[in-house]
Design a binder for this molecule. Structure first.
Ligand SMILES: [Zn+2]
Length: 83
């Protein structure tokens, strides 16, 4: 797969289908296309979560951080109990 083929794949692929091995290999070997792919992915994630407003993702990140902290704290407590 070359850059043209990759970019064609990127714009024509089905959002819900998985990356092809050829595409993944090209991402690994081509920094320019990797950037395109990451940008494309970032956009898709935003669209899928319904966060079109710029304010929301910041809150979402904070919320995820808090949830992760809680999760890790609970896991730590469980581990202490089991020891
Ligand atoms: Zn490329």
């Amino acid at each position: 797969m070359n850059c043209n083929e990759f970019q064609h794949w990127l714009v024509t692929r089905d959002v819900f289908s998985n990356e092809t091995p050829e595409a993944l290999f090209h991402i690994k070997t081509c920094a320019a296309c990797k950037r395109l792919y990451v940008m494309d992915k970032g956009l898709e994630i935003k669209i899928q979560s319904g966060f079109t407003c710029e304010e929301l993702p910041k809150n979402l990140v904070r919320w995820i951080d808090m949830a992760l902290d809680q999760e890790m704290e609970q896991a730590r407590k469980k581990k202490e109990k089991s020891l």
